[in-house]
Design a protein around this ligand. Structure first.
Ligand code: MN
Length: 420
């Protein structure tokens, strides 16, 4: 399996600068979209910094979710070093395609990833945005969310706080699939079914990326727009050495009867002796079994070194494994907690249902500790909600946003920096 990539980024028709950034690195098989925000040059610095740090971290062997955490640190460091960049942030949606039958998808913010398979376009990412949280809580319909005036408010971004929760997924892919990464400049201007129409209709990935950007601009182009199209294709079979041929050099060649020259153009190839046919089948099956066993082992290793916080019935617990399980590896409770699902806010409960803070044990433990603290605070005292979520500027002229510390709290959370 390999990826054929095409990408396009465009300033749009309203903004003065392009704060989106895009990465296409075929050598690393790493592809990403970042949508920056912040005053002055902040937005473009944030997205460019995140993309470069992501690339360097993956090149250094970090996993995709670790690399996004590293990128978060890079954006924070850069903002700290320059007052003009304070408060900048960025989304980041990245695909790593290391070969094999799945790609890894890491995601923070409201850029998106889609998968086109058999003509059906499905979304792979959740927007970390206020309106999408309201949709998940059943307080808005998806149709209302599409046109909601506050749909640019995002609840998770790089550059906000050192501790970052990254959505990570292993997405099984096969030849013929098409992945699309895009910034919200596409999806706020073009309806999903129209995006699907273009992604389906344009065979050439370059034409597909260009057409999507053109559609956003035709609809008004109110935001920067970035599109990456990734076609999953079969590796050319003639390139790699034939494993069967390599597996049998020690065997004395079985003499194959050489047919007499045949003048008939429709002549069938000579029949292969039964014993040789059988041996050929074994030689094909054995390497295949070894490959399958290695793949299963790798998936299991991945599944068993991951942790997350989720629900064990009504009780919150730290799990080892991957939410929902991978192949035969179901997640197991590593450490129960005293928290019950009923104590949580609706938003926290929803994140736990999908498995929150996936990744290292340290991250899951830290998340659980925060959740316990936050829930204890929420149930013992009623703290007035004073925090405001991040507002992404709709136009280049409105670039200010609340200071960093007020940005981090999800709007549904009850904890906050209470006034003295
Ligand atoms: Mn945008």
């Amino acid at each position: 399996m390999k990826i054929v990539a095409a990408a396009r980024t465009d300033v749009g028709r309203v903004r003065e600068g392009n704060e989106d950034a895009v990465l296409v690195d075929d050598r690393l098989a790493l592809y990403a979209v970042a949508d920056g925000m912040g005053g002055h040059r902040g937005g473009e610095v944030a997205s460019a910094t995140a993309i470069e740090a992501l690339r360097a971290a993956v090149a250094a062997g970090r996993s995709i979710d670790d690399a996004i955490v590293v990128a978060n640190g890079a954006v924070l460091d850069k903002a700290e070093g320059d007052p003009a960049l304070a408060g900048m942030g960025t989304t980041l949606t990245a695909v790593l395609a290391p070969g094999g039958s799945s790609v890894l998808l890491g995601h923070v913010g409201d850029s998106r990833a889609y998968l086109l398979r058999d003509g059906v376009l499905s979304r792979l990412t959740e927007d970390h945005s206020l309106v999408e949280e309201l949709v998940r809580e059943g307080r808005l319909t998806p149709e209302q969310a599409e046109i909601h005036p506050q749909r640019s408010i995002i609840t998770r971004a790089l550059g906000v706080e050192p501790d970052l929760e990254v959505d990570l997924a292993a997405v099984p892919v096969r030849a013929g699939d098409r992945l699309v990464l895009c910034s919200d400049g596409l999806t706020t201007m073009v309806r999903e079914r129209d995006v699907a129409g273009v992604v389906r209709a344009e065979q050439d990935p370059v034409v597909a990326a260009d057409s999507l950007v053109a559609a956003a601009n035709a609809a008004g182009g109110e935001d920067n727009v970035t599109v990456v199209v990734l076609d999953v294709v079969e590796i050319d079979e003639s390139t790699p050495p034939d494993p069967v041929a390599l597996a049998e050099p020690a065997e004395p060649a079985t003499p194959v009867p050489v047919p007499a020259p045949d003048v008939s153009p429709t002549a069938e190839p000579p029949p292969i002796p039964r014993a040789q046919r059988w041996r050929g089948a074994v030689l094909l099956v054995v390497p295949l079994l070894i490959v399958l066993a290695l793949a299963a082992g790798a998936v299991g290793w991945y599944a068993r070194r991951s942790f997350f916080v989720g629900l064990d019935g009504e009780r919150v617990a730290l799990f080892r494994g991957v939410p929902g399980g991978v192949l035969l590896w179901d997640p197991t409770v590593e450490q129960p907690s005293t928290l019950r699902a009923g104590d949580l806010t609706a938003a926290d409960r929803l994140s736990l249902e999908g498995g929150a803070a996936r990744g290292s044990r340290e991250r899951a433990e830290a998340y659980l500790a925060r959740l316990e603290k936050r829930t204890a605070a929420a149930t013992s005292t009623t703290v007035p909600r004073t925090t405001a979520p991040t507002t992404r500027p709709r136009h280049a002229t409105t670039t200010t946003r609340p200071p960093r510390t007020t940005v981090t709290t999800r709007p549904t959370s009850a904890t906050s920096t209470a006034p003295p």
